[in-house]
Each structure stands twice: as C-alpha cells, then as structure tokens.
Design a protein around this ligand. Structure first.
Ligand code: ADP
Ligand code: MG
Length: 169
C-alpha cells in the first residue's frame, strides 16, 4: 500500500485505560470502518472491542465477548458493530460462510481479533491496532491509521499531543 501511514502509540495502565481509549475511538468513528486487532492471547483485544462498543453506543444490556462458537457477533449501535475473532479459524472458507463479504460491503464498524490470520487482502483495514504486553498491567497500544480519517482520529485520541506520533511514508 502506498498511502502514508499515521502511527500513534499509547501506553495504558490497566484494562480500564484500554477500555477508555477504545471507547474514545468508538465515539470518534462516524462511518464504516474496519479495525484489525493483533496481539498475544490476553493482550487486551477483547477489552479494546468492549470499549469500542461502548463508544459506538452498543446498549448496556449487550455483553460484548469474543465470538466463540461463531466467527462473528453483531451488535446494534450508532453504527452496527461486527466483532470477529479469527483465533480458531482453520480456513478462509469459514470466513466466507460467516458472510464476510456481505459484512465488508455493508456500513458497519468491523473489529477483527487475530486479523492477521485472514491476511490484509481479505480484510483490508482502515485502522490496525497492535497490542503488546509490557507487564501485568501495562500494554503498548500502537495504532496505524490508513484511511482519510487519520488526522481527525489522531487529534481526537490525543488532543494534547502526549503520545508518540509518527508519520511514515
Ligand atoms: P485478548 O482478547 O487479547 O486475548 P482479553 O481482552 O480477553 O485479551 O484479556 C486481557 C486481559 O489482560 C484481561 O484479563 C485484562 O484484565 C488484563 N489486562 C491487564 N492490564 C491490561 C491493560 N492495560 N489493557 C487491557 N487488558 C489488561
Ligand atoms: Mg479476545
């Protein structure tokens, strides 16, 4: 991809901070967006999607948890949220039968855990979020913004320029 990538890194101290950061992102999102999440088991991808869901106004009664027996969970929200977890996926046929093309053609926010298991050609992301475990409570959360919304989202996530921001060609 030739588009410039905007990158911002944030360190969170505890799940509440990761939730709040993702919630802020959810509040800023106002159109169809695909978010690819990567990071080891227990990094905080699901916590991130829970915060995102809150920011998108998924009703409180909907408990957001990783889809276990299905690949996709759909939640009603300001913009419908599709939560996909590819941890157990064994072939791309499973994504096809889960209706991935219809979802990608739709207008929802798509948050994908273990997105790297599908490949960027199958799931082109507007935002990639890579979470690294630093210790028991700290996570390094790197955002890579590919879409035209990059500047707006970075400004919204980091209004005081507190975090490391990079522009890469
Ligand atoms: P994943 O979906 O990446 O496998 P989960 O979100 O299910 O991970 O779990 C993350 C775990 O790490 C939770 O038990 C959470 O309480 C814990 N945790 C500790 N510190 C953080 C942090 N800074 N951000 C997110 N989760 C954290
Ligand atoms: Mg998870």
């Amino acid at each position: 991809m030739d588009r410039p990538v905007h990158r911002i890194e944030v360190i969170t101290n505890g799940p509440d901070e990761t939730f709040a950061l993702a919630k802020r992102l959810g509040q800023l999102i106002d159109s169809k967006t695909t978010i690819a999440l990567s990071g080891d088991l227990g990094a905080g991808k699901t916590v991130f999607v829970q915060g995102l869901a809150d920011g998108l106004d998924v009703p409180e009664g909907c408990y957001v948890t990783s889809p276990t027996y299905t690949i996709v969970n759909e939640y009603p929200a300001r913009i419908p949220l599709f939560h996909i977890d590819l941890y157990r996926i064994s072939s791309s046929d499973e994504l096809e039968s889960a209706g991935i093309h219809e979802i990608l053609d739709g207008k929802g926010v798509i948050a994908v855990e273990w997105a790297e298991r599908a490949g960027t050609d199958v799931l082109p992301a507007d935002i990639a979020v890579s979470i690294t475990i630093m210790d028991d409570t700290r996570r390094n959360i790197a955002f890579f913004f590919y879409g035209p919304q990059a500047q707006y989202l970075i400004q919204g996530l980091d209004p005081d320029n507190k975090n490391d921001i990079h522009m890469e060609q």
